[in-house]
Design a protein around this ligand. Sequence first.
Ligand code: GLN
Length: 520
Amino acid sequence: MAADVTLTGLSASELAQRLRDREVSALEVAEAHLERIAAHDGVEAGGDEWVARDADALGERDVHAYLHVTAAAAREHAADVDRRRAAGEELAPLAGVPVAIKDVLTTRGVPTTCGSRMLEGWVPPYDATVTERLRAGDLVALGKTNMDEFAMGSSTENSAYGPTRNPWDLGRVPGGSSGGSAAAVAGRLAPLSIGTDTGGSIRQPAALTGIVGAKPTYGTVSRYGLVAFASSLDQAGPFARTVEDAARLHALIAGHDPRDSTSVRETAPDVLGPLREGVEGLRIGVVRELAGEGYEPGVERAFADVLERYERLGAEIVEVSLPHADYALAAYYLIAPSEASSNLARFDGVRYGLRVDAATAEEMNAATREAGFGPEVKRRIMIGTHALSSGYYDAYYLQASKVRTLIARDFAAAFEQADVLISPTSPSVSFRLGELVDDPLAMYLNDVATVPGSLAGIPALSLPAGTAPAPDDPDAALPVGLQVMAPLLRDELMYRAAWALEQDLGPLAAPTGPSALEVA
Ligand code: GLN
């Protein structure tokens, strides 16, 4: 199967090139990925639709990136792309390249669970705009990926269907909440995938799995069909193994959509045009508050190395301050749960998914929510309901909203001194499965560097920036992510800065070692 191994190891751009040159067919590319999923992901393969095994039937080497694999539909779409190419039709740039979709985006006719028992068996009657755009670009959808329930979490352990494992070390977490999408790309189970980021759910898993993940400017990618967690923060974005691939996927999914009332009217920034312009003369701001205490020494060393590289590449390094960044985490963990408590009110046993019957409507509603939601979702609903309740609204939700405005102003001021801002994406490398599940506050601290940008709505990405040991394993070499943030609607700047660093760092490291998933 040497040919298949090579195919799953190629980047999306390389695959697209070979497809264009007719060196390989879209069907062969899809087949190679399906074979690898069947071998490593813990799905019941065979038949048209493959489903993930139950959590207790998964093996310790099963990645469990996918909840649902649409094998027959993928083959059919791939064969159709091949037919149209053979007929001389002009195809989209990524036509025939496979993609995986986080299970929080609706897919017509394909189950969408949001990682929750509440939506088990729910089959949406419509496609999200992102799903439609992928289809319009002829990306071949392989299936739906695992996630923390309703996107709440930083490890994918809050999925009702069992955790996803990190391809770098199958005993560790891939981050979250888009852990399935990140592990799929890192583990060569898809060259591209879609995640969503509310407080860091694309950037942090990208960092922990050694790939690229980007949160576009809020409002530039449609939220139509994205099951809402915190509507003022949620944004879908790309995962890929190279900066260029991520930019290509970003370009495909961004754009105005009249079906999303928060969709910006401006044309989405051209993220591909300036990609290779380099960083000479670019002012790169190091955020003083997003370093130091709480960041692992290995992460800090990798960050220091990045600074040297950028300087050598001709960038001007400036120190900037976000004076209110220290309050970002507290503000986020009031605003996001408040919006969640309101958004999740729709899961009442009447309209969607699960219903637990009871004598009265009220009891049915309570029993359904008791059985359908997991502990983290319940925690958020309670925090959010409290923060919005009369008597506490001013002290919590309103206060947090004011802090959010201050943080947005901090960023605006910092972007007068610097073109882009950088920080480590996450204070730590990947931690062990089970290590933080019983300590919600420690879990929330994963988001300390990502939530400030979320509150401000600015674009931000994470790219691999070397490896570091783990506190519990000094011999480990686990991925470290660099976060690059750019001003509102200047998404191209973060890609440009990331691309230059990626070229300097050289080819992406791949998982190796006895606890890693074998990759080509
Ligand atoms: N980890 C954060 C949370 O639990 C962010 C989640 C996200 O971005 N969806 O809220």
